[in-house]
Ligand binder design. Structure first.
Ligand SMILES: [Zn+2]
Length: 131
């Protein structure tokens, strides 16, 4: 029962990430990028690493957080409310763990984006390049 709830929650969490991902990418206000191929400034930032890192981090964090939360719920609620307490605890744990994990994963992915991948995509000519 705990596991079903936890999995359901992780699913919800990932779906909310998906919704965010489908929004049109905001044009970068950090710095004006220019395509090295055609000099267009219609540049899309792909953020593959950041997106992957967010999801991986959120899942890892939620799994770890749910475990910790279940244990905390058990302790806090005592033997009488142990089941209800551990369920609530695992949900809270997944929430905080998933959020924290997602943030850490996003940061790690950002580093990958900046240094490893061709993170920029020209909307004018389709050229991929890194910063
Ligand atoms: Zn171009």
């Amino acid at each position: 029962m705990v596991n079903t709830l936890t999995v359901g929650f992780i699913h919800l969490f990932l779906c909310s990430l998906d919704v965010g991902r489908q929004l049109p990418p905001p044009f970068s206000k950090e710095k004006a990028m220019q395509c090295p191929n055609c000099k267009s400034d219609r540049i899309d930032k792909k953020n593959y690493g950041k997106r992957t890192g967010t999801v991986v981090g959120a899942v890892a964090g939620a799994a770890g957080g749910a475990k910790t939360g279940a244990a905390l719920g058990l302790v806090a609620a005592g033997p009488v409310g142990a089941v209800a307490g551990s369920i609530a605890g695992s949900i809270i744990g997944a929430l905080t763990g998933g959020t924290t994990g997602g943030m850490i994963g996003a940061k790690a992915g950002e580093v990958v984006d900046e240094h490893v991948l061709d993170n920029y995509h020209c909307l004018n000519c389709g050229h991929d390049f890194s910063a």
